[in-house]
Ligand binder design. Structure first.
Ligand code: S3P
Length: 426
């Protein structure tokens, strides 16, 4: 699909974001190994989270999709059945990496793969710890999907991932769930902690001692009714759009505000954003609230070190913001961007250049001078949902019309994105 964006003078209104992608994956996977039927309200409508459901069905888990909710019939820690065909994780790195932790403990072999983009994403980061725990894994060229996972009775380990990655942490914790004993993950740069929060909600014993997160194996997990908060990473597109179009006022309700994710709001506020967070409450261990943004030109700034890890999904759209900020944006320590759904350093730079924005690319980030103006152009998502949405937002603030090629990639995390945007334009 080609999406045409005409410049906008402002956006205003109340919106609801899709259910958080990270939390949806985790709730579905944990519900599958809990005992009984879990009801997951506001489960992400994104294709990635549907891929997780499809994989679980391939493992013999019954799933019912109802209007606004998903019901997962959990079969306990030993309830998966050997799949009859290769599991399809689609575009979803979270699905293949996190689910592999559970597959590694099964008394059978599973093949799991995905689309062209997923087939280029690194898997060694999960293969190493799972092999250390006793599973046998093989991959295309030793490191790319599809993966073949032959499960075993796993032994607990203490593992320190070489990259700051919540997916790797989750994979090891999910494997640890199935071992007799305590499995530890050493995390020196904090990543999103939805796995820890969700496992606790379903009844697992999991604790943090300094940098070590420890899970006690073989708990009895009980089915739950849970509501997935709105996706804070999806809010970034509207937070950016509002600040590119000064005077815009956008209110987003029931958004997840996990302290492990709110670096986004902190960074924007430090750059001068006028953001109010209202009605904050706790729901199933997750913080949830309303975000109100009133747009104005921001100062820009630097994203580096631990902040780069914390903002990794939001950097493409913050790059768009950076180009129109007063002082510009410097991104460093973000080499992980190169192994996301696309090489996001390359795809951001390519689209920026097509829109007349100057960008200096580095191995681990980029530098974008401030006070630039986007020129309407033909840009491409390159099949990456966050690139599609980031450059649709750029088009709103451009001079002249923009066309986003392969715009339907947005449906990986936010199928309602374009309709939501059109509503805000009035
Ligand atoms: C995610 C972790 C991050 C993030 C991805 C979702 C998760 O990936 O980029 O969109 O849900 O755990 P990494 O673990 O590769 O950093």
């Amino acid at each position: 699909m080609r999406y045409s964006v005409s410049p906008a003078s402002g956006l205003s209104g109340h919106i609801k974001l899709p259910g958080d992608k990270s939390i949806s994956h985790r709730y579905a996977m944990i519900a599958a190994v809990a005992e009984g039927a879990s009801r997951l309200e506001n489960y992400s409508t994104g294709a990635d989270c549907q891929s997780t459901l499809g994989c679980l069905e391939g493992l013999g888990i019954a799933i019912e999709r109802r209007e606004g909710a998903v019901i997962v019939e959990g079969r306990g820690l030993d309830g998966f059945r050997a799949p009859t065909t290769q599991l399809d994780a689609g575009n979803s790195g979270s699905t293949i990496r996190m689910l592999s932790g559970m597959l590694a403990a099964q008394p059978f072999t599973t093949m799991i793969g995905g689309d062209e983009s997923l087939s280029k994403r690194p898997m060694a980061r999960i293969m190493t710890p799972l092999k250390e725990m006793g599973a046998a894994l093989s991959a295309r060229d030793g490191k790319f999907p599809p993966l073949t996972v032959t499960g075993a009775k796993l032994r607990p380990i203490e593992y320190e991932p070489p990259v700051a990655s919540a997916q790797v942490k989750t994979c090891v914790l999910f494997a640890g769930l199935h071992t007799e004993g305590v499995t530890g993950v050493v995390e020196r740069v904090q990543t999103r902690d939805h796995t820890e929060v969700a496992l606790r909600e379903f009844g697992a014993e999991i604790e943090r001692h300094g940098p070590v997160i420890a899970i006690h194996g073989r708990p009895r997990l009980e089915a739950r009714t849970l509501t997935v908060p709105g996706d804070l990473s999806s809010s970034a597109f509207f937070l950016t759009a509002a600040n590119l179009l000064p005077g815009s006022v956008i209110v987003m309700e029931d958004v997840g505000l996990s302290p492990s994710r709110t670096a986004l709001l902190d960074w924007l506020m430090a750059a001068g954003a006028q953001i109010r967070v209202l009605d904050v409450r706790q729901s199933a261990g997750e913080m949830v609230g309303t975000i109100q943004v009133t747009g104005r030109q921001l100062a820009g700034g630097v994203i580096a070190g631990a902040t780069a890890a914390a903002l990794i999904d939001e950097i493409p759209v913050l790059a768009v913001l950076g180009a129109m900020s007063r002082d510009g944006l410097v991104v460093r320590d973000a080499a992980e961007l190169r192994v996301k759904e696309t090489d996001r350093i390359a795809t951001v730079a390519e689209n920026m250049q097509r829109m007349g924005i100057s960008v200096e690319v580095a191995a681990d980030g980029f530098t974008i001078p401030g006070n630039q103006r986007f020129r309407g152009a033909e840009v491409d998502s390159f099949g990456d949902h966050r690139i599609a949405m980031a450059f649709t937002v750029a088009g709103l603030a451009a001079e002249g019309p923009t066309v986003v090629e392969n715009a339907d990639a947005a449906s990986v995390s936010f199928p309602e994105f374009y309709a939501t945007l059109e509503r805000l334009r009035g």
